[in-house]
Design a protein around this ligand. Structure first.
Ligand SMILES: NC(=O)c1ccc[n+]([C@@H]2O[C@H](COP(=O)([O-])OP(=O)(O)OC[C@H]3O[C@@H](n4cnc5c(N)ncnc54)[C@H](O)[C@@H]3O)[C@@H](O)[C@H]2O)c1
Ligand SMILES: O=c1ccn([C@@H]2O[C@H](COP(=O)(O)OP(=O)(O)O[C@H]3O[C@H](CO)[C@@H](O)[C@H](O)[C@H]3O)[C@@H](O)[C@H]2O)c(=O)[nH]1
Length: 459
């Protein structure tokens, strides 16, 4: 089939690549000249494991093309996916301007019947708005060309995007016509071979399903983070509790890891957007508000622990804090809503300096911090190290922020010899207190047995 994807970001590029890889003729369109130029000459602008070779083989086979021309993109296919950004507005509502702008272009340029498939995460009722926008543009041209609008939210995770798309748990399709549903079934047949993954419903249910899924995931995380505080105070270990409850199939093992709060481009923004959607309908989503409140506090936890360890935030002035990991999770360079930024901002405000290392996200982090603090302040306060080892040299303490594979088994004796205050704060519970004790390092995790939580710990 001929398919067009509008938006070549973390989602659009993966969707375009995977559809091309199963034999479709795909055109991927973006407004960003630089992104399209890089993609057209074979560069993949995001860090996503295993994506680059699949982009390359499909590009070289001629099945995957990139363009900034909306006329070319819209003329290419009978199926057009919208995978543009839906960033948060000031009050947390999802901004669907990019979605509606793409819909207007389609209405202005389409010359034949179309299936318009929305993949962006959008408020309930957006499919109806897309339909109205396209219809208005057609009416403005004085033409009547049939089209359908389908909601097909995406559930891929960054860092695992290719396999999530190629082997999805479910394919949610909200459609109001049997014809649209039939085309979507055919399109997704290669990804749904071994068991039925296709779940058909109305467009509004599909739109809500996306928010409901992310809200549930966020709530599990906040629940575990809140429980971790209790575990720490009671002398229990949240990691043991996690294993214990995760063994119950009604609960399941995934998304129970306590840490420094959920971040990324989706969970924080989608929780806030769903709260706003409900508020507009007079509903106060109590559970979700608590989820967000716990998460906001959790993102500040490591700073509070550090302040407490040094006997007060004012004692952080002049301290050098090493950070391992900047991205909101491993295997991505995405810094959107990364908890590391909350920690860095607080450390800089307290007068500390930061030595940060991330295998791939340092460039994005630097851009964001320079935009916030200016080039000179950033250069004076944050060193972007080129290795994990360089980050800890001359640092007082180490904070593990992102659980990249390469941080899992460090030389603790080396850390004990190089860290001036000989302390490790583990924001992801990946280390074993006994091993650090043996190496002569002070250890604090999140809700671990014997966490002293910084109480007068530093001599
Ligand atoms: N990132 C994820 O893991 C993920 C997963 C599932 C769903 N989503 C949802 O998918 C959507 C896209 O997310 P993303 O992370 O890929 O965003 P992104 O910011 O990485 O990419 C969006 C792209 O759309 C382009 N764009 C904007 N308006 C355009 C227009 N009118 N025409 C052509 N291109 C246009 C931008 O230039 C950008 O390259 C969002 O609604 C997001 O919530 C994201
Ligand atoms: O047990 C856990 C699991 C995750 N996290 C944190 O939660 C955040 C989000 O992680 P994850 O969900 O793996 O990453 P995303 O790529 O943001 O994916 C989420 O958001 C996407 C965009 O909507 C959805 O498509 C995915 O299904 C959904 O998992 C990260 O900061 C993680 O560190 C935890 O703290 N504890």
């Amino acid at each position: 089939m001929n398919i067009t994807i509008i938006g070549a970001g973390y989602v659009g590029l993966v969707v375009a690549t995977c559809f091309a890889d199963v034999g479709n003729e795909v055109v991927c369109h973006d407004l960003d000249d630089d992104k399209i130029a890089r993609l057209s000459r074979g560069e993949v602008p995001i860090h996503e494991p295993n994506l680059a070779p699949v982009v390359t083989r499909n590009r070289l086979a001629g099945r995957l093309r990139f363009t900034t021309s909306d006329a070319l993109a819209i003329g290419h296919a009978g199926i057009i996916f919208l995978a543009v950004g839906t960033p948060p507005e000031g009050d947390g509502s999802a901004d669907i301007d990019h979605v509606l702008a793409a819909a207007r272009s389609i209405g202005r340029l389409m010359e034949r019947p179309l299936l318009i498939v929305n993949k962006s995460t959008v408020p309930v009722g957006t499919a109806d708005q897309v339909r109205a926008t396209v219809a208005a543009a057609l009416a403005g041209r004085g033409v009547d060309i049939p089209f359908d609008v389908v909601s097909n939210p995406e559930f891929l995770k960054e860092g695992m995007a290719l396999q999530d798309f190629m082997k999805p748990d479910r394919i949610i399709v909200g459609a109001e016509s049997a014809h649209a549903l039939g085309v979507m079934r055919q399109l997704y047949a290669p990804f749904s071979r071994n068991h039925e993954k296709f779940v058909a419903m109305g467009t509004r249910s599909a739109e809500l399903t996306k928010y409901a899924a992310n809200a549930m995931l966020a709530t599990r995380i906040s629940f575990m983070n809140e429980l971790a505080h209790l575990a720490g105070q009671l002398g229990a270990d949240i990691e043991a509790v996690r294993l214990g409850i995760g063994a119950d199939p009604r609960i399941g093992r995934q998304f129970l890891s306590a840490g420094i709060g959920y971040g990324g481009s989706c969970l924080p923004k989608d929780v806030r957007a769903l709260i706003r959607i409900a508020a507009r309908h007079g509903q106060h989503l109590r559970i979700l508000r608590a989820t967000q409140e716990v998460n906001d506090a959790q993102q500040h936890l490591l700073f509070e622990r550090l302040a407490s360890y040094f006997n007060g935030a004012s004692a952080l002035r002049g301290r050098s804090i090493a950070l391992w990991g900047l991205a909101f999770k491993p295997d991505t360079d995405d810094m959107r809503d990364a908890p590391s930024l909350v920690l860095i901002r607080a450390l800089l405000a307290a007068g500390a300096t930061v030595r940060a290392y991330d295998p791939v996200a340092s460039g994005q982090a630097r851009r964001l911090l320079v935009a916030e603090h200016g080039e000179a302040r950033c250069a004076a306060s944050v060193l972007f190290a080129s290795s994990a080892q360089e980050a800890v040299e001359q640092a007082d303490v180490l904070v593990l922020v992102t659980e990249w594979q390469e941080f899992r088994s460090p030389d603790f004796r080396y850390l004990a010899s190089t860290l001036r205050a000989k302390a490790v704060f583990d924001g992801r519970n990946i280390y074993d207190r006994a091993v650090l004790d043996a190496a002569g390092l002070y250890y604090e995790g999140i809700g671990r047995t014997d966490d002293r939580q910084g109480r007068a710990a530093h001599p």
